[in-house]
Design a protein around this ligand. Structure first.
Ligand code: PNW
Length: 460
């Protein structure tokens, strides 16, 4: 039985497009995900987020379920196009009211809101008219949107996350083209990432300069898998380190150290945009905490040179930039996403972050697993998910006891939802959603999570 620190923050997470529905209602403008879902072949079974979990109409019931789970915090995202239908300019007050009511309902339930400003649902107008994250004007548009959120919600919201997983937005959205806006390129990911970082930094400056009286904290959430050297050869060890630098340090180094990792500059040459000395200063120090989404682990080896198939969890179609071959151990269990369950990888990653970024306060803002859960006699016996959480929480506890400043953990996800290009088949939720009736049913894992939050400990 392992106790967690007394103020450890237990939470659960979702994102707007994956759960809200009401995609064309109440004044919301279209986002790049509304558009992407309508292109044939892009999303499993041609599914969309048009209705999703209908959270827009059922948020009160959802908050009640969260309360029953005993979570102290709830991480959700704001749909930019719901409050600014064209991405900028005219404000949709109905959208503001929705989030305002949601926040009030959470506070009434004693649940602390953690709000993500951007979880990939860019207003379509900004994509079509300003080239999305490839255009420079997005930096000011994002800062203005953030300003609007701080001014309307900041009296009650004290925990802000600017961007969710800029790596995914860049690599899957602009490299592999499997996520909106569906572009395939080996240079655009680096340009998009550059503007994402600058937009993040600008929003943080707006918050610190105009809203410090609100006394909140603001940061960014990056995602990273662990990369374990395939062998203990020096080459493979370097390959694993390089893979982590291309994955996480790409975003975290500018924010914690002021610039991209050397290895990326060396290997990418002109494809990697350059920060001016002024920009470096503006970016450095713009995260009050280290937000981390972590799902899996792969082996990394020096590339053999043979052309390999690119997996979604691979290098993102730009593997030649890294010269790393990724693989799985045949003994590892995998989830429905084909992501391997390797708790010790989580611990190693936490320690890597702790060392490289000088002991930041870390919040795991997502961790979880997809399985093909089935409802049998009104119950979902997702023992595999309980075991997943046990394993990863044990790894977290070990990291904490070895000095890592891990302050909180948000389970992904509160309920089954629209899993992007994979549609509704991949169920990540602690609550089962029957997508025909939209009824929510706590899975065994939700009941288990309740015991964990109540005891502040896990029985490993
Ligand atoms: C994250 N990858 O997405 C997102 O933040 C969530 O919205 C999503 O539902 C969850 O993880 C599960 O997928 C990711 O390919 C998507 O490495 C893809 C990757 C990583 C994270």
């Amino acid at each position: 039985m392992k106790k967690f620190p007394k103020d450890f923050l237990w939470g659960t997470a979702t994102s707007s497009y994956q759960i809200e529905g009401a995609a064309k209602e109440y004044g919301k403008g279209p986002s790049i995900w509304d558009a992407f879902c309508n292109i044939p072949g892009r999303v499993h079974n041609a599914e969309t987020g048009e209705i999703a979990c209908d959270h827009y109409h059922r948020y009160k019931e959802d908050i009640q379920l969260m309360k029953e789970m005993g979570v102290k915090a709830y991480r959700f995202s704001i749909a930019w196009a719901r409050i600014l239908p064209e991405g900028k300019g005219k404000v949709n007050e109905e959208g503001i009211q929705f989030y305002s009511d949601l926040i009030d309902e959470l506070l009434n339930a004693d649940i602390v809101p953690w709000v993500t400003l951007y979880h990939w649902d860019l207003p379509l107008a900004l994509q079509l008219e300003e080239d999305g994250w490839l255009g420079k004007s997005i930096i000011d548009s994002f800062a203005d949107y953030a300003d609007l959120c701080f001014s309307r919600f900041g009296d009650r919201v004290k925990n802000w996350i600017t961007l969710n997983e800029p790596w995914v937005a860049s690599i899957l959205g602009y490299g592999q083209g499997v996520f909106a806006p569906g572009r395939k390129s080996n240079s655009e990911p680096y340009m998009a990432a550059h503007n994402l970082i600058l937009a993040h930094a600008k929003a943080v400056h707006v918050y610190r300069e105009s809203y410090s009286y609100q006394r909140g904290q603001i940061g960014i959430t990056n995602n990273c898998d662990w990369r374990e050297p395939l062998t203990n050869s020096q080459e493979d060890q370097q390959a694993a380190e390089r893979a982590l630098e291309f994955f996480l340090a790409w975003f975290a180094d500018p924010i914690y150290k002021g610039d991209y990792p050397e290895v990326m500059k060396e290997r990418l040459g002109e494809r990697l945009p350059v920060f001016t000395p002024e920009e470096k200063k503006i970016i450095k120090g713009t995260s009050d905490f280290f937000g981390l989404n972590h799902y899996t682990t792969m082996y990394a080896a020096q590339a053999s040179g043979e052309k390999k198939e690119i997996s979604v969890h691979g290098n993102g179609g730009i593997s030649e930039d890294q010269e790393v071959d990724l693989s799985l151990d045949e003994n590892w269990d995998v989830t429905l996403m084909d992501w391997a369950v390797v708790p010790w990888g989580c611990k190693k990653l936490l320690k890597w972050i702790d060392e490289r970024y000088d002991k930041p306060n870390i919040y795991i803002t997502e961790n979880g697993c997809a399985y093909s859960d089935e409802l049998v006699d009104g119950k979902v016996e997702d023992t595999n998910r309980v075991n997943f959480y046990k394993g990863y929480l044990e790894a977290c506890e070990e990291a904490i006891s070895e000095g890592v400043q891990l302050k909180g953990y948000f389970a992904w996800s509160f309920m089954d939802n629209f899993e992007w290009a994979s549609g509704y088949e991949k169920r990540f939720g602690l609550h089962y959603v029957d997508f025909k009736t939209l009824k929510r049913i706590p899975k065994k894992s939700a009941l288990w999570f309740r015991e964990v939050t109540a005891a502040n400990s896990v029985d490993f």
